[in-house]
Design a protein around this ligand. Sequence first.
Ligand code: AMP
Ligand code: ZN
Ligand code: MN
Length: 866
Amino acid sequence: MVVNEKVKLAITVASLVAATILLAAEYRRRRRRKQTSSPSSCYLHSDIKPQFGFKRVLADNSFSGFKHLKKKKLEDGGEKPSDSHPYESEITALLESPRLDEFEFLRGEYSLEMSGSYVWVETESELKKLAETLAKEKVFAVDTEQHSLRSFLGFTALIQISTQEEDFLVDTIALHDVMSILRPVFSNPDICKVFHGADNDVIWLQRDFHIYVVNMFDTAKACEVLAKPQRSLAYLLESVCGVSTNKLLQREDWRQRPLSEEMVRYARTDAHYLLYIADSMTAELKQRGIEDSSSTDDKFSFLLEASRRSNMICLQLYTKETEDFPGNAAASSLIYRHLNGHEDNSSISLDPKFQELVRELCAWRDLMARIHDESTRYVLSDQAVIALASNQPVTPEQIHDSIAQADLSSDSSPSAVICSHLDDVFQLTQHKLGKLDVILPLVLDKCLGTEGTCPISVFNYSLLINFNTKLTTNRSTPKRHKSLKRFTRKTSRDLFVKKFSCKAPVYHNCRIYANDGRLLCYCDRRKLEWYMSRGLAKLVEEDPLAIMLLFEPKGRPEDEGNDFYIQSKKNICVGCGEGDHYLRYRIIPSCYRVHFPEHLKSHRSHDIVLLCVDCHEVAHAAAERYKKEVAKEFGIPLFVRRVLDSVECESAGGGDSEDAGVSPLHLRTAAMALLRHGNRMPSSRREELLQTVKMYYGGRDISEEDLEKALLIGMSPHERRKLERKKGVTVSVKQENSNNGSVEEHSEEAPPGGDMNGESSVVGDDSGGDGAPELNDTQCNGNILHQQNSKLSLLGHGPHGKQVVEYLLKEYGEDGVRDFCQRWRKVFVDALHPRHLPGGWDVTHSGRRDFGEFSVYNPTKKVSTG
Ligand code: AMP
Ligand code: ZN
Ligand code: MN
């Protein structure tokens, strides 16, 4: 049944797409010919919605199904399909053997009263702290608030969590991309989560964050089992706690920040009393068990039944609704309801044109809602659809009036979608867009196509991509094919910019003066605050911020030839001057820089610059080419050629024969392909890949587990953690020494971001490679005997950077490193001919600097903190 529907949908989409090629061209021809109105500009160019800041969106608005969290289950022999519940076995275990000792929701002294204070959680570190707090609890209460009007699928705007001690309000808009931090406590079967009416919450948490609830007590289910006269939370609040709540607030716009006092009180109320209610209801359930049972065996039967029904809710899975044709279900139900309500007036309703128009409008509104990430009811209300289909207005003004009139009861004028795409509605009502099956591809192309009017986002990107890949496999003209390819590249570039460019100006250009009034440097706000909070400086100017140091700093930048540091810096690409977006670019590649002696790293604000994506690409490509030259020049290979399992290596008597082992990259690709498609690929290919993996294991036969293990070979702990986080598996690699060498980030005494002369926010995370210089592998001739505890990634450039820097230091001392830096600056300048480098920037930037009493690079300081 489900499969059947999927096939149907696939066929529909495919045929839609095929029709597009023909129609898109036709549409453009018509548009060019007519030139009636200028191409509509979409309202989304100026209407910024909070969800457009989300980077990780699990459920987008395309027609593809929802992918659930994958949890590796080695004992079951491989991975579960992603459409099954990742915690099914944990929940089933709870259903089969519930632990009675767990039904204790309150301990010790408890005051029912809601205190005046609560915790607003909006930063990643606050969320981590919350996760730590919750991990220590045996039980906590949860509720969520959704926003659904200005979003196609809806999103969680707030999560309320209450422990016996505190109420937490989690800003799930600000924290959307890092909510996985709460995954472990929610799936921990040893911690009971109390909800009221959890059916929706459970599914919403899956949809937005891949959070799965394991071990739940739902007070609504307890009501059911106790056959209470009502099951609403409002009723329980009244009857159990004597508290009243205004449920009208649940329909408020929960995206707003700050929340009004009233909304905060409502939100807290929904979670705060749940522990008390659960406690009182379990007592009642136990009591009822004793009264109603003949034997002591089933005196817990009521309680167990409530628990069982609660955990059944946890087994539910979020699915994206699919239908045979977009908007079809809504259209049918609208027509049906309309016919039933208008038996006397059936002449209009039975009009085939009316029904056709209802179907077209519903299909159009469905697609427009997906493209703009709005609810269908926001795009065009049901009553407006009916009004348009009945009135069949002939001018844009009449359309506008029809909608406004129909919606009078709810809101005033037509939605922003209608207003900026009124032309579409006009053509629909005039039947100018053609038949139903051609409308959608037309609209999609009109909105998101090469000359589309609407912005592309993570929500509609795959609508477009599916549509484009299908297009390119079709026999389109080579010219169109090329322009489409270019277009897809452009859209993915735009998304890349959105995802990776700096979200706020990098340079705050705050100033620090010496106590003689001379300018020492420009820096960011954080550093000013650091000096201020320690009483080391006084504020001398508010806007723009400037402070004066109360101690005597070591030297003055001009005296040291370091003019560079007393220039304010522009938030633009230093290559071309682009100011709309920029990314940080490291002129000295991290694979070398992380191995520099600490005090030579202090020139980060000089050697980390801002570039737009295009200049970034050019500079990066040049750097990659130059790395190859460095590798040749120094005779130090860029990639690890071969790895060999350490166990196998020992048994092979050292294993240093030249052709033992396998390239870590090849190993990983082969293992991945085998795990994913192993049983579907031709046996010859399978054998070939198996050989690659076997090479790593010294030729022995390999198991599924070996394949899994091979996936991690060559990864640094950092990369492994990233992978595990992505897969949502609990972190297994211990985080020892992960802040190795980054004194400036963790030292209590040092100003944030290092020495006096840099904007700390430019620094960022210094490397993809964890900043951890230790290499625990035994190595010879670019061959590595891999041991699991290596901190260095072998998938990237492995030990190359470390060896180059060691060589430079050994042969030429620190001057060698300085020259090496100059070479990289030259590579950068030659590749990009940057026109916007800040004044004082210099290829030969000396790097010789003294360090004052308060600098992190002060050697005495290093001893005390390092
Ligand atoms: P609650 O926990 O009762 O505050 O409801 C949680 C969320 O469900 C709210 O934030 C609303 O988005 C949604 N919701 C629940 N009931 C309704 C309703 N009757 N009308 C609109 N939205 C509702
Ligand atoms: Zn639009
Ligand atoms: Mn609520």
